[in-house]
Ligand binder design. Structure first.
Ligand SMILES: Nc1ncnc2c1ncn2[C@@H]1O[C@H](COP(=O)(O)OP(=O)(O)O)[C@@H](O)[C@H]1O
Ligand SMILES: [Mg+2]
Length: 234
């Protein structure tokens, strides 16, 4: 496993929302972390990044123990993070957003360049001189994924990447995630959109109230109405 979370406990202020969660992601896999709104998906990703620091448990990434480390140190171990509030710089141009992301990553070398991001997201190329704030929601999301890739991550954490996107854009996103995976990047996808996850993920974990409820293949989840009704249906 390239990522191994063991007995993670995390929360906000006086409330604990992740109650001893364990999961693993193997190199080259696309794994989805499923669960309804409020289940703890975002908090789990934030804990991996050190943004909501773990209160107990361990998070190992390759040879590194991540607990107790600062977010920028964690990013530099090779984890790219695209939050649900896609984080771009609104006053910088598309191209500046990409270049700056690479600088933040420090000395990590890898295949991702602005040119390669434009090949992945052709729609961004003619927009490269526009400011981030001038992009549509879907374009900002693509730029946020592009920024994460510019850091040459070996693991990419995506929080509800398809949310709020038009169906055609979601369709393109599915293709893009396949291309990213073929480029050798492992992906952990936090989402509640089963239809979307099914098209990109191999395996799934389902959580509810910060507790693991199911681990198995995406196919099993898709075919198990009971599981879907109990943990995913709205
Ligand atoms: N900043 C915060 N402060 C306090 N509670 C929060 C905060 N963010 C999330 N929570 C709570 O933590 C729980 C898990 O939320 P979250 O991780 O966002 O779930 P999900 O991403 O699965 O929707 C929810 O009960 C939510 O209300
Ligand atoms: Mg969330």
């Amino acid at each position: 496993m390239i990522l191994q979370i063991h007995d993670l406990v995390a929360g906000y202020g006086g409330s604990v929302v992740i109650h001893g969660l364990s999961l693993g992601v193997a190199e080259g896999e696309v794994v989805s972390l499923l669960g309804r709104n409020g289940a703890g998906k975002t908090t789990t990703l934030r804990s991996i990044m050190g943004l909501t620091p773990p209160r107990a448990g361990s998070i190992r990434f390759g040879k590194n123990e991540l607990t107790g480390r600062q977010p920028f140190e964690i990013a530099r171990t090779g984890i790219g993070y695209v939050p649900d509030t896609h984080r771009i710089f609104p006053d910088l141009t598309v191209e500046e957003n990409l270049i700056l992301a690479q600088r933040i990553a420090g000395t990590r070398r890898g295949p991702w360049t602005a040119e390669r991001i434009y090949l992945l997201f052709p729609v961004l190329r003619p927009l490269h001189r526009l400011r981030g704030s001038q992009l549509s929601g879907g374009q900002q999301k693509m730029l946020a994924i592009g920024r994460a890739l510019m850091q040459n991550p070996s693991l990419l954490l995506l929080d509800e990447p398809a949310e709020g996107l038009a169906p055609l854009v979601v369709h393109r996103l599915v293709e893009v995630l396949r291309e990213i995976r073929e480029a050798g990047v492992t992906i952990l996808l936090a989402d509640q959109n089963l239809h979307f996850c099914r098209k990109v993920a191999d395996r799934a974990y389902i959580i509810e109230n910060g507790l693991m409820q199911f681990a198995g293949t995406m196919d099993v989840v898709w075919k198990n109405d009971d599981l879907v009704r109990r943990y995913l249906a709205i």
